[in-house]
Structure formats: structure tokens, C-alpha cells
Design a protein around this ligand. Structure first.
Ligand SMILES: CC(C)(COP(=O)(O)OP(=O)(O)OC[C@H]1O[C@@H](n2cnc3c(N)ncnc32)[C@H](O)[C@@H]1OP(=O)(O)O)[C@@H](O)C(=O)NCCC(=O)NCCS
Length: 193
């Protein structure tokens, strides 16, 4: 997983010129901020993961178990240029975690994964994080975003199709694998339907 050293601050891609560090959705009462993960976030991330419903944890990690302490230590300790991670926060709370990892065996491909706190799902947080990860990956030379989801994950499928309307996943047993062209990521964050 990721340390701050592995998270170059690269782009200024928020709608209306907002920065990654300053991504506050001022249009809504439920204002939130998106920023790169910081090593000091370990406890906040632990709390976030512990609050996830079993279903959300399963949809993200393909097991009902949240990452344990050893895995979290690896996550926060394994920073390198091939990793990226963003957190969305509301007040002091982490409300979403999004990760991107350049795949050694698939040059130019960055695999992404995201999980949003249950109480915050369906409010555009996931769409914003995936959009930001895609642009940050593009700035690092990625050409393809890859995502693996459970085959029945309709919410993630809608999210991905909102950003890449032509996206067609490959069905791999219980999983869907998506390969999404970085070049067709919308320049502006699309609004919800
Ligand atoms: C999948 C997930 C990341 C999406 O994030 P989100 O913030 O809830 O999603 P958004 O609000 O950005 O909306 C995504 C789309 O899904 C739709 N949606 C929301 N809830 C839905 C549901 N229960 N069923 C189907 N679609 C749903 C939204 O309407 C939206 O589609 P639209 O733009 O066409 O209106 C989030 O729900 C989550 O954390 N789920 C558990 C973990 C997971 O599945 N991770 C993905 C594996 S990498």
C-alpha cells in the first residue's frame, strides 16, 4: 500500500479550477474534501474500514474481511512511484478510499479500486475519486485504467459507464474486468444522471 512518498501531487483537475488539495464540493451541504493519502491517516483509515458494512467490504475486497493491521502497515509502508491513493474526508472522518497501482506485468495499465462509506454512497463521491485517479494516472503516462468488480456490482458499473460510456467489461466467472482508455476520460467531472 502507499506512503506519501509514493503519491506525487500532480494535477489541478477539479471542476472550476479547484485543486486536488482543495476539492470541496461547495454546491452541497454535505461538503467534502479529496486529498492524497498521508501516512498520518492510518488510524482514520482503520476506523473507516471498520465502519464499512460487510457488503461494501465484500464488494471492494472480495472477502467480508477488512484489511487487518499487518496489511494496513504494508499499505502505508509500501510507497513507490507506482502507487497512488486518495481519501475523501468529511470533517475529521475518512469517508472514501481510492487506490491506483501501476501493474508491473501490464505496462501502461493502472488498476484502480475504490470504496465509499455506506452513508455516503450514491452521492457522487466514487465518481469523483475514480475520475481524479484516472487523470492522475494519465499524468504519469498510463494509457489504460483497469478495474475488477464483482459481476453483479451494478453501482460500480454505472459509475464506470458514466465516465466511459462505451465501456464494455469482460466477464471472468464471478468478476468483471474493465479496461478503460485513459485518453477518453472526460475533462470535466460528469454530473449524475
Ligand atoms: C461502487 C462505489 C465505489 C460507487 O461509489 P458511489 O459514491 O456510491 O457512487 P456514485 O454516487 O458516484 O454513483 C455511481 C452510480 O451508481 C448509481 N447507483 C448508486 N447506488 C446504486 C445501486 N444500489 N444500484 C445501482 N446503481 C446505483 C448511481 O446512481 C450512479 O449512477 P448514475 O451516475 O448513472 O446516476 C460505492 O458504492 C462503494 O463503495 N461500494 C462498495 C465497494 C465497491 O463496490 N467498490 C468497487 C470495487 S473496485
Amino acid at each position: 500500500m502507499i506512503s506519501r512518498r509514493g503519491i506525487p501531487v500532480m494535477l489541478d483537475l477539479q471542476p472550476e479550477g479547484r485543486t486536488t488539495q482543495d476539492c470541496v464540493d461547495r454546491g452541497k451541504a454535505d461538503s467534502r474534501t479529496v486529498r492524497p493519502l498521508h501516512p498520518d491517516d492510518v488510524e482514520l483509515v482503520r476506523q473507516f474500514l471498520s465502519r464499512l458494512s460487510t457488503e461494501s467490504a465484500y464488494r471492494r475486497y472480495f472477502t467480508p474481511c477488512r484489511p487487518g493491521d499487518a496489511e494496513l502497515r504494508r499499505f502505508f509502508g509500501a510507497g513507490n512511484g507506482a502507487r497512488d491513493a486518495l481519501v475523501a474526508t468529511a470533517g475529521e472522518e475518512v469517508i472514501a478510499l481510492a487506490e491506483g497501482a501501476a501493474l508491473e506485468n501490464e505496462p501502461g495499465v493502472v488498476e484502480i479500486a475504490v470504496v465509499v462509506a455506506d452513508a455516503w454512497q450514491g452521492r457522487g463521491v466514487g465518481r469523483q475519486l475514480v475520475w481524479m485517479l484516472a487523470h492522475r494516472a494519465a499524468a504519469r503516462g498510463a494509457v489504460t485504467i483497469k478495474a475488477e468488480t464483482l459481476a453483479d456490482n451494478a453501482c460500480m458499473a454505472r459509475l464506470l459507464r458514466r465516465l466511459w460510456p462505451d465501456a464494455r467489461p469482460r466477464l471472468d466467472g464471478p468478476l468483471r474486468t474493465w479496461h478503460l482508455p485513459v485518453g477518453s476520460t472526460p475533462q470535466r467531472l460528469p454530473a449524475a444522471a
